[in-house]
Design a binder for this molecule. Structure first.
Ligand code: CTP
Length: 500
């Protein structure tokens, strides 16, 4: 008789009991893990969409945002997946032909219709927000502005999205939502990290928004916006300067130079050799410049470049008023501004201009930046055209002014110093999304940033399943050990088989 057989005969219960225990144990573990996996498996990824049209003074842009359907509340999950630049000028330029304002949006809207999955069209919110161009048109001619909105609304409602309306954002909203966008994309809000200030330069207005330890909103409350986001309170300082976007600032500066109504305006902000005949009327249309009209203006003037950065800076300064301030401290035009507190992200035209000028690196000392701009402004116009044959002439002619304006606005206007200048980062995008007010606006209107931090599971799915499996195996081993420890109590007959 073999030893094995002898054992079996000595303990006939042992093998069947062990097999049954093992089978039950394995079935129990498989069942436990299967239930845990099925119960907690991530749902099939589905996405939701939102569309925002930024109707700016110089142009309109459409942005499509996307986020996982089951994670509406999580920071950093909403991403811009597409942008479309509307052909033609901003909607405020269609005051005399409002229907064309609506028509101009068609191509970008058709693109959006293709990009957002058909079954999501009806639940996709569509917003249009207009900024300083329409603010100015509304001041100048409110019925014309109403007609433009009517036409734009009619055009947008023809698309299958969930149209949520078109309206003018206040300067305060534009500043605050730009700040929300930057800090949301940087994941600073949910984590309660120190925030980044937002500097936005458009064509017709400019915004500055930041949180300062020295500002609780009591001084100049109209500059205060309070938020409670993810369980943190923010007291934001924000101000929007209407007319201080770079196109309107250029008009104001030129109108100031031409206030005596000369036949030729020698302009230090344009390159030497630049010359163009312009209508005087372009200098005085619109509320930003209408009060600068000379008594007896000619019909046209010759606009001649001189290319002198320092003189240009003096000319730009003349459109800022630094003489009165009823608060403890001001930026310009009597507007309160607390002590600057960085870091800052500077976007829109700040980025376009500084990027063109190769001056986005703020670790370069401010004096070196000014020297570089000095050389650029002094470069003859025909040389500039040869160096940049692909850039639109209108943009190209204005970069000396724009660069000078940006440095003057930052240093003289907002009081950035040679030291704090390096706290500024010129940005276009954060991750895949453009910096600007549109994302913050949509997050706010869709309630996607909660006031309190949502409870989240302490473990990710994979960690949860692994821990569950390990515990199940340990329990099984303990169970086996327990059964084996009962061995002495197993029936005696099994221990001493009778050998005949
Ligand atoms: N490659 C580019 C693109 C734009 N611009 C300038 O940047 C400004 C537009 O900035 P944007 O943020 O688009 O302003 P808008 O939304 O049109 O203006 P606002 O917010 O004031 O209504 C305009 O002066 C435009 O001439 C530029 O210099 N270079």
């Amino acid at each position: 008789m073999s030893a094995q057989r002898e054992m079996k005969e000595k303990n006939p219960w042992q093998t069947p009991v062990m097999i049954i225990i093992t089978v039950i144990g394995v079935i129990a573990i498989v069942a436990l893990v299967t239930v845990a996996v099925l119960q907690n498996r991530p749902l099939l990824q589905k996405y939701k969409y939102g569309i925002v049209l930024d109707a700016g003074s110089s142009h309109t842009a459409l942005y499509i945002y996307e986020w996982p359907a089951e994670k509406d509340n999580n920071t950093g999950r909403v991403e811009q997946t597409h942008s479309c630049k509307v052909k033609g000028p901003g909607i405020s330029s269609y005051a005399s032909a409002p229907l064309e304002a609506g028509e101009s949006l068609r191509a970008c809207m058709q693109e959006a219709e293709k990009l957002v999955p058909g079954k999501r069209h009806h639940e996709t919110p569509l917003y249009l927000g207009a900024t300083a161009g329409m603010r100015l048109l509304n001041i100048e001619n409110s019925s014309a502005s109403d007609k433009v909105f009517q036409a734009v609304g009619d055009a947008l409602q023809k698309f299958p999205f969930s149209y949520q309306g078109a309206r003018i954002l206040s300067g305060q909203e534009e500043g605050a939502f730009g700040w929300v966008t930057v800090n949301y994309l940087d994941d600073r809000l949910k984590q309660g990290l120190e925030t980044t200030g937002a500097l936005d330069l458009g064509g017709a207005s400019t915004q500055i928004s930041f949180v300062s330890n020295n500002y609780d909103g009591s001084e100049s409350p109209r500059n205060s916006v309070t938020f409670r986001l993810y369980g943190n309170d923010y007291n934001l300082y924000t101000h929007s300067f209407l007319c201080y976007g770079k196109d309107q600032a250029l008009k104001m500066t030129l109108a100031q130079m031409a206030k005596e109504g000369p036949a030729t305006v020698f302009d230090p902000c344009f390159h030497p050799g630049y010359t163009a005949t312009k209508n005087y009327s372009i200098l005085y249309d619109g509320p930003c410049v209408s009060d600068r009209k000379p008594q007896a203006a000619l019909a046209t003037f010759t606009h001649t470049g001189k290319g002198n950065f320092l003189q240009c800076q003096e000319a730009v300064k003349s459109v800022f008023n630094f003489t009165y301030c009823k608060y403890s401290r001001c930026s310009f035009n009597g507007v309160f501004q607390p002590l600057l507190q960085g870091p800052f992200g500077a976007f829109s035209a700040y980025y376009f201009v500084m990027n063109f000028l190769n001056l986005t690196d703020t670790s370069i000392p401010l004096e070196t930046v000014k020297d570089s701009l000095k050389r650029y402004c002094a470069t003859p116009w025909n040389q500039i055209m040869l160096l940049h044959p692909d850039v639109k002439l209108k943009y190209l002619a204005e970069y000396c002014f724009s660069g000078t304006y940006i440095l003057t606005l930052l240093t003289e206007g907002y009081n950035f110093t040679s030291k704090s200048y390096s706290d500024i980062k010129f940005i276009k995008k954060i991750k895949s999304s453009d910096a600007g007010w549109t994302l913050g606006y949509m997050l706010n209107l869709t309630n996607m940033i909660p006031a309190e931090n949502p409870d989240s599971p302490p473990l990710p799915h994979v960690g949860y399943v692994s821990i569950l499996s390990v515990i199940a195996v340990l329990l099984f081993i303990l169970f086996i050990l327990f059964i084996l420890s009962l061995r002495p109590l197993w029936p005696r007959c099994s221990k001493q088989p009778q050998i005949v």
